[in-house]
Design a protein around this ligand. Structure first.
Ligand code: ADE
Ligand code: ZN
Length: 338
């Protein structure tokens, strides 16, 4: 009989909500700034860390976009992604579905190809070296126009073999999913899967729009869906996965305390909820730290942890057969530890 923290560490896990630019650790930010001859607004790693005080999503986004400006070359994108995949290996994450924000780079004059080639090279190396499987999600920045998103989708067309899905992120309030209906329809026609951030700060109506207008396959966050009984019933009956990010919610003041996180009500309602890290270097932890924090705050049981871990695979874009194989591995590992 192992401690619950051991169970969390040892179970094979999937991560479905991770912005690769949000895994840029302050140390690497400094190294890359130096390598590329750039000057940062901060003088030390500690100064950067002290700046990570947020009261809402926008406070974080301003710092996040400034931080990613040190990413210039293909090697930078490789190094960033490789560092995250090393963490995955350390934390026994065996499948990742990572997001990237091409517009955060093309707007600065960095080619789409530079970013995607570096990220993909690291993903392929992790498959070869550790058998970590992956999917890549290209996000549209919702504070920009749909026309801009269409331009990005055009650029993506030369690399569709490397892209599995499109997503929608950045400033939620005032930028409803309806703004991106046409570009999501085109992405779907190209055979891409669809996800969108919704209900992180935005109202339940944004979650409904993501489902009805964008036709997403899963919802990133979705916390505020719990304000609507009809939405809860729908998420349950359609088993739409929600990619929750506990430490992100705490740092961005989406919840005032993890003990008030909506996860227990979601589990009671049989929703397909998963645990993820969102932007680990900004929010204080990777997937294991997120599991540990939410487990301790809500006193989750071992069987709830196993359910959450299995949901990570069930909510993924893997094939049914692959999901079945991963679930078997989770069961085998859980049975040996519980
Ligand atoms: N981009 C990176 N992290 C994000 C988040 N938590 N919400 C919206 N956009 C993001
Ligand atoms: Zn996110």
């Amino acid at each position: 009989m192992q401690a619950i923290s051991e169970l969390i560490k040892q179970l094979p896990k999937a991560e479905l909500h991770l912005h690769i630019e949000g895994s840029l650790e302050p140390e690497m930010m400094f190294d890359l700034a130096q390598r590329n001859g750039l000057e940062l607004a901060y003088k030390s790693v500690n100064e950067i860390k002290n700046a990570y005080q947020f009261t809402q999503l926008q406070d974080f986004l301003d710092i996040y976009y400034a931080g990613m400006s040190v990413l210039i070359t293909e090697q930078d994108f490789f190094d960033l992604t490789w560092a995250y995949l090393n963490k995955c290996h350390e934390q026994n994450v065996q499948h990742v579905e990572i997001m990237f924000d091409p517009q955060g780079h093309t707007e600065r004059g960095i080619a789409f190809k530079t970013a995607i080639t570096g990220i993909n090279r690291a993903l392929q190396q992790a498959k070869t070296k550790w058998n970590i499987s992956s999917k890549l999600i290209m996000c549209f920045l919702r504070h920009l126009s749909q026309q801009d998103a269409f331009k990005t989708l055009e650029q993506a067309k030369a690399h569709l073999d490397l892209i599995d899905a499109v997503g929608l992120d950045s400033s939620e309030l005032g930028h409803p999913p309806s703004k991106f209906q046409a570009v999501f329809a085109e992405a779907k026609s190209l055979g891409l899967k669809l996800v969108a951030h919704a209900g992180e700060e935005g109202p339940p109506d944004y979650v409904e729009q993501a489902l009805d207008l964008l036709k997403v396959d899963r919802i990133d966050h979705g916390n505020r869906a719990m304000e609507s009984k009809t939405l809860i019933a729908r998420l349950k009956s359609e088993q739409i996965a929600l990619t929750l990010c506990p430490l992100s919610n705490l740092k961005l003041c989406v919840v005032d305390d993890l003990s008030n996180h909506p996860l227990p009500q979601m589990l009671e309602n049989d929703l397909l909820v998963t645990i993820n890290s969102d932007d680990p270097s900004y929010f204080g932890g990777y997937i294991i730290e997120n599991f540990l924090a939410i487990q301790q705050s809500l006193d989750l049981t071992k069987s709830q942890i196993v359910e959450l871990v299995k949901n990570g695979f069930k909510g993924s874009f893997l094939t049914e057969k692959e999901i079945e194989q991963f679930i078997k591995q989770v069961d085998t590992c859980a049975n040996s530890l519980i």
